[in-house]
Design a protein around this ligand. Structure first.
Ligand code: C2O
Ligand code: CU
Length: 464
C-alpha cells in the first residue's frame, strides 16, 4: 500500500510546493478535504454545432465555472490553483468580505503565479446572488471565460418552483469561433470597452430550458461581460425584481425594462404566463433589434397562476446609513475616453499629456490621476459614513463598483436608491453614493467596464 506522506498528499492535490496549504494534522480526526478551484484552459460549446468547441480559460476548465451555493452563515473554503499561463487571483464580487480575501493583486494579496495556489476562506454575511472572477488582467481573463456564480441562500427562501442562475456574457469570436485575441486594443479601451459579437447564457449561445405554464421562477441574472450593458425585458413571463446586486429590495418592483451593467445582478421572481406549447423568454434589446438570450419551452400547467406580489426577501445584516448632514461628500471626477476633453493626467507621479498616456495604455482618469498611487481617494475610520459624488465628465457610460461594501445612491428630496455594489452612470451624469464604511481594509472603487479600469478608472479607499 502507498504510504500517505505529506509529499504524496500534496501531489494528490495537484499542487506543488504549497507548504502550509494543508492544516496541521492533529489527533485522529481527519481534516475536511479542501475543495479545489482550478483556473485552467479548457473548451466550451459557445457557438452552434457546426463550429468546433472554443478554447477558453475557465474555472475547472468550464464556462461558467462551478456554481458555489451555500446557506447564509455557511463558510466557503476553496484552494485556488492557478493553471493559467499567467498570474491570477479570485475576487468574490459583492461579498462583504475580509479584506485579505478580496483578491486584488498588489492591494490585498500578491498575484498567484502559474502552478501556485492561494487559500480563500470566508463566510459571506449576506444572502443573495454574487459571482467570482479574476482581478488580474481582468480584461483578458474575464473575456476568456473565467467567471462563476456564488449563491448564498436565504435561511427562509422564497417559495418558487425553480431557482435558475443566468450568467449573461458576450464574446468576441472569430469566424472559426476562436476568441479574438485583441485584448489590449486601445480602440476598445478608449471607447466602450471590449464589446463582443456572440452572446451566451451559462456558456450557451441558445440557452433553452423547459418550464410549465404558471410556474413561478426565480431568475438570478448576472452580467459577466467585460463591458456590454444589457437592456432586457421579459416575454411570456411576468413578475418582480426582488433584489439588485445581491441585496433585497425593501419592496419588490414590477420587472419590465431592466438595464444590467457589467457585474450587476438582478433577482427576479416571475410567473410563466405564456401558454403551453409557446415560448417564454428573456429578451435583449439593441439598436439592431431584439432577440431572446434565454428561452423557456412552456408545457402544461400543473397549478393556477399565483400572480401575487412576492414578499420582500429578508434583509441582510448591513449597517444602515446614518444622518448625512455631518459628512461632506468627496468628489470623484471621471474623465477621458474618446471624444472627451481630457488633455492629460498624472501618471507615475508626472503630469503626462494625453498622447503619452495613450501610448502607455491609459485613456481615463479619476481626479486627474491615470494610475493607482499609494494615496487613497479617502481614508476613514471604520463606522464612518462616506459620501462620494461621482461626476462622469466623459461621453461614455460607466458601471462604478465598490469593493467590500454596498452603497445607496442619493436621490432627490433625501430619497435613497436601493443597495447596490455597482452603479451604472450615463455620460454627463453626476451621482452621489453613501454608505457606512464598516469593513476595515483597502477597497477598490473602479469602473467595471474592465478595459476602462485598466486604462485609468480605478482608485481605492482606506478604512481603518
Ligand atoms: Cu467584479 Cu473589482 O470587481
Ligand atoms: Cu467605464
Amino acid at each position: 500500500m502507498r504510504k500517505l506522506t505529506r509529499r504524496n498528499v500534496l501531489t494528490a492535490l495537484g499542487a506543488t510546493g504549497i507548504a502550509g496549504a494543508l492544516p496541521a494534522q492533529s489527533g485522529l480526526a481527519a481534516p475536511a478535504p479542501k475543495i479545489r478551484l482550478e483556473a485552467r484552459p479548457g473548451t466550451a460549446r459557445l457557438a452552434p454545432d457546426e463550429y468546433k468547441p472554443t478554447p477558453v480559460w475557465g474555472y475547472e476548465g468550464g464556462v461558467p465555472g462551478p456554481t458555489i451555493r451555500v446557506r447564509q452563515g455557511e463558510r466557503i473554503d476553496r484552494v485556488f490553483l492557478n493553471n493559467l499561463p499567467q498570474e491570477s487571483t479570485i475576487h468574490w464580487h459583492g461579498i462583504r468580505i475580509d479584506n485579505a480575501m478580496d483578491g486584488v493583486p498588489g492591494l490585498t494579496q500578491a498575484a498567484v503565479p502559474p502552478g501556485k495556489t492561494f487559500d480563500y476562506g470566508f463566510t459571506p454575511p449576506d444572502a443573495g446572488t454574487y459571482w467570482y472572477h479574476p482581478h488580474n488582467r481582468t480584461w483578458e481573463q474575464l473575456a476568456r471565460g473565467l467567471y462563476g456564480a456564488l449563491i448564498v441562500e436565504e435561511t427562509s427562501a422564497p417559495d418558487v418552483d425553480r431557482d435558475e442562475v443566468l450568467m449573461i456574457d458576450d464574446w468576441r469570436l472569430t469566424e472559426t469561433a476562436q476568441i479574438a485575441e485583441d485584448f489590449g486594443a486601445m480602440h476598445d479601451w478608449s471607447h466602450g470597452g471590449r464589446i463582443g459579437n456572440w452572446i451566451t447564457v451559462n456558456g450557451d449561445g441558445y440557452w433553452t430550458s423547459d418550464a410549465r405554464q404558471n410556474d413561478r421562477l426565480r431568475l438570478r441574472l448576472v452580467n459577466a461581460s467585460n463591458a456590454r450593458i444589457y437592456n432586457l425585458s421579459l416575454k411570456g413571463l411576468s413578475g418582480w425584481v426582488v433584489a439588485l446586486d445581491g441585496q433585497p429590495l425593501s419592496m419588490p418592483v414590477p420587472a419590465e425594462k431592466l438595464l444590467l451593467a457589467p457585474a450587476q445582478r438582478a433577482d427576479l421572481i416571475v410567473d410563466v404566463t405564456a401558454n403551453s406549447g409557446m415560448e417564454a423568454s428573456l429578451l435583449s434589446h439593441e439598436r439592431g433589434g431584439s432577440y431572446a438570450v434565454a428561452v423557456f419551452r412552456v408545457g402544461q400547467a400543473m397549478a393556477e397562476r399565483r400572480a401575487d406580489r412576492p414578499a420582500p426577501l429578508p434583509a441582510n445584516p448591513l449597517t444602515e446609513i446614518g444622518p448625512l448632514a455631518e459628512t461632506r461628500p468627496v468628489d470623484l471626477i471621471m474623465e477621458g475616453g474618446a471624444m472627451g476633453r481630457m488633455r492629460g493626467a498624472m501618471m507615475n507621479g508626472k503630469d503626462t499629456d494625453i498622447r503619452t498616456l495613450i501610448s502607455r495604455g491609459k485613456a481615463w482618469a479619476f481626479n486627474g490621476q491615470a494610475d493607482m498611487t499609494d494615496k487613497p481617494l479617502l481614508s476613514v475610520r471604520a463606522g464612518q459614513t462616506v459620501r462620494i459624488r461621482m461626476n462622469n465628465r466623459s461621453r461614455w457610460p460607466h458601471g462604478m463598483h465598490l469593493h467590500g461594501h454596498h452603497f445607496r445612491q442619493m436621490l432627490l428630496e433625501e430619497q435613497m436608491g436601493p443597495l447596490r455594489d455597482t452603479l451604472l452612470m450615463q455620460p454627463g451624469e453626476i451621482s452621489e453614493i453613501a454608505f457606512v464604511a464598516d469593513n476595515p481594509g483597502d477597497w477598490l472603487l473602479h469602473c467595471h467596464m474592465v478595459e476602462h479600469a485598466a486604462a485609468g478608472m480605478m482608485t481605492w479607499l482606506k478604512v481603518t
